[in-house]
Design a protein around this ligand. Structure first.
Ligand SMILES: [Fe+2]
Length: 319
């Protein structure tokens, strides 16, 4: 179906980030100029929302994702359709109620995530996004200077049970067997220079284990300090899902949080992630994969962060 006759409109929903894009029927057949408009809105507003995309299935969702870049599989969790569709289901234990950017435990973590609402609970289950570029920009200059020089180690092997006190033993077992089946450690700069906008963004979130070179207590204090600026309510936008909604976010300039307040009601979303590149800090140093030696191939397609090995070796300066 052509969208050529419908004007695309972009309406802000938050002061710091978020906009609703109307007049688009998402799919793999969108004209290049519409894709360019969506991409520009995405880079400017960090997260963009589309209502009424009920026509999308796994295949069309992925086909649309390909217009933004190369879809990538999750490094450890099997897809929902044997391809690139990642399940975010309440019955899967997948309640992402921690602030994070997706898959930051690998170097070349995804640039974009495209999330589609399939089953939405009668209440609750909203998602929050925070702008990590404005979080940096609004920091007092001495804190910007401090952050500029820091690096942090991210891992998928975090203390899941401690973060989710009510977690069921089977969910914990599943986390260990699936999500953390391969344990990744990646060191990123705390301040990433955005490869498309040039903005400086804070690269933190719940996959961070520690600030490199600091003791546990100092590391925790600094992480809480910077993460607190990201999570300030004024720096966030909140989305109340309807079935058929699609949210696309710039995973290099945002964190998000799935609010776990819909009790036992079913909530089912599907995510397609688009390949990113290896972050670079303000000093020009790239992120480095510390473990394992390379990102293993998933059962299907290419893994998020797969470009790691070559990119890292390419990016490693002689000095
Ligand atoms: Fe996420």
């Amino acid at each position: 179906m052509s969208t050529a006759t419908t004007p695309v409109t972009v309406q802000k929903v938050g002061g710091r980030l978020g906009a609703v894009v109307s007049g688009v029927r998402l799919g793999g057949d969108l004209p290049a100029e519409t894709v360019a408009e969506i991409r520009a809105a995405l880079l400017q507003h960090k997260v963009v929302f589309f209502r009424g995309q009920d026509h999308l299935d796994e295949e069309a969702h992925e086909a649309f994702g390909r217009l933004l870049g190369t879809p990538v599989a999750h490094p450890t969790v099997p897809s929902a359709d044997g391809r690139y569709s990642f399940p975010i289901d309440s019955d899967y234990g997948g309640r992402a109620n921690q602030w994070h950017s997706d898959v930051t435990f690998v170097p070349a973590y995804p640039a974009f995530s495209v999330l589609r609402a399939v089953v939405i609970p009668p209440y609750g289950g909203n998602t929050l996004w925070a702008n990590t570029a404005t979080a940096y920009e609004k920091l007092p200059e001495p804190l910007q200077a401090l952050a500029d020089g820091l690096r942090a180690v991210h891992s998928n092997d975090y203390d899941y049970a401690a973060l989710r006190p009510g977690v069921l033993p089977e969910q914990l077992a599943r986390f260990r067997e699936v999500f953390a089946s391969t344990k990744f450690l990646t060191e990123h700069p705390v301040v990433r220079v955005h490869p498309e906008t040039g903005e400086r963004t804070l690269l933190l979130g719940n996959f961070v284990q520690r600030i490199s070179g600091l003791t546990g207590a100092d590391s925790r204090a600094l992480l809480d300090l910077f993460q607190g600026h990201i999570e300030r309510p004024e720096n966030t936008v909140r989305w109340q899902w309807q079935v058929g909604d699609v949210a696309i976010w710039d995973n290099r300039a945002t964190q998000h949080y799935g609010v776990d307040d819909s009790d036992d009601h079913e909530r089912k979303l599907r995510r397609v992630t688009i390949d990113g590149d290896v972050p670079v800090g303000v000093d020009g140093r790239s992120s480095v994969l510390l473990a394992p030696e390379s990102v293993p191939d998933p059962a299907f397609g290419i893994a998020s962060g797969d470009s790691t090995t070559s990119e890292t070796s390419k990016a490693s300066p002689a000095a």
